[in-house]
Design a protein around this ligand. Structure first.
Ligand SMILES: Nc1ncnc2c1ncn2[C@@H]1O[C@H](COP(=O)(O)OP(=O)(O)OP(=O)(O)O)[C@@H](O)[C@H]1O
Ligand SMILES: [Mg+2]
Length: 275
């Protein structure tokens, strides 16, 4: 389905992605992990042709997408919708119009200029918002929503494109744990119910383990791990992050603990104070 072969991107002397090679034979939910500067964003940007590769091949269903030009390149970009850490919504515009902007690629300039959307598209946008549990906010300005709600609007906008793949670059890095969980669950559901491939750059190990079928670890531009959550042991993780023996998984964790655990911790803290 997806075949990445010797994919490389250099910026001057700096090799951002170094000879990356892996294949994916069915729609999966894939997490890419690695420390800052490992090449995760550059990989996603090459994949949806926001930036050109220096060398290598990236095939999707038998076609090298790195060769696509003009209209074909734009069609590919609409097939692999991108979601960003900062949501990239128009803050003062209402939610449903933000979602409808996901159809801009296939609308005429005149329709775009006058903000005219076909009735069917409006209904579809509302349906998608409903599916993501935020239809009640459809008429509000995007900026009036919480971070987690805004990210779900961004996911709705991506779904308007009916993409085959959703690429998410640190989709939960700006969210509190509760909102992060809602957004990851939304992505997981979209993967399971629609059979879309999801590739997400994630900065926490536990998120990658919990939601992904497969994890790719990058270090200095190279793919140094490719396996299941079960294969991602603490030792392997330490190697991916290039950390020493003092590496703690907790340092990259946003684990949401249940109330019982939180209560225990509160009691522990209280005990310290009162001793
Ligand atoms: N436009 C650019 N021009 C020059 N160098 C770049 C550019 N984009 C990325 N790089 C370099 O490429 C390397 C990989 O960067 P990239 O943003 O892909 O890492 P990342 O894994 O996404 O990191 P982070 O976790 O901080 O987002 C870094 O050394 C970075 O400085
Ligand atoms: Mg990045």
């Amino acid at each position: 389905m997806l075949a990445v072969n010797n994919l490389t991107k250099t910026f001057g002397q700096n090799v951002a992605v170094d000879d990356a090679t892996f294949t994916v034979d069915q729609p999966m939910m894939i997490g890419i992990i690695g420390r800052s500067g490992a090449g995760k964003s550059t990989f996603l940007r090459m994949m949806n042709r926001l930036t050109d590769a220096t060398s290598g091949v990236l095939e999707f269903n038998g076609r090298n997408v790195l060769d696509l030009k003009g209209h074909e390149r734009r069609a590919w970009q609409s097939d692999c919708a991108m979601i960003f850490q900062q949501f990239n919504l128009v803050p003062r515009m209402d939610v449903v119009s933000n979602v409808l902007h996901g159809t801009l690629g296939r609308r005429s300039t005149v329709a775009t200029l006058f903000n005219l959307f076909p009735r069917d598209d409006i209904h579809r946008a509302i349906d998608i918002l409903e599916r993501l549990g935020i239809a009640e906010h459809a008429a509000k300005r995007a900026e009036a929503l919480s971070g987690g709600q805004q990210q779900r609007v961004a996911i709705a906008r991506a779904l308007m494109q009916d993409p085959k793949i959703i690429l998410a670059d640190e989709p939960i890095a700006s969210l509190d744990p509760m909102n992060a969980q809602t957004v990851m669950e939304a992505l997981r559901r979209i993967h399971e119910e629609d059979g879309r491939m999801v590739i997400a750059n994630l900065h926490t190990l536990d998120t990658a383990r919990r939601y992904c079928d497969r994890i790719i670890g990058m270090r200095d531009g190279r793919v140094v791990f490719d396996g299941t959550p079960g294969q991602l042991t603490t030792g392997v993780a330490r190697d991916i992050y290039g950390a020493g023996d003092d590496f703690s998984e907790g340092a990259t964790s946003t684990e949401i603990r249940d109330d019982h655990e939180q209560l225990e911790e509160a009691e522990r803290l209280l005990a310290k104070v009162t001793v």
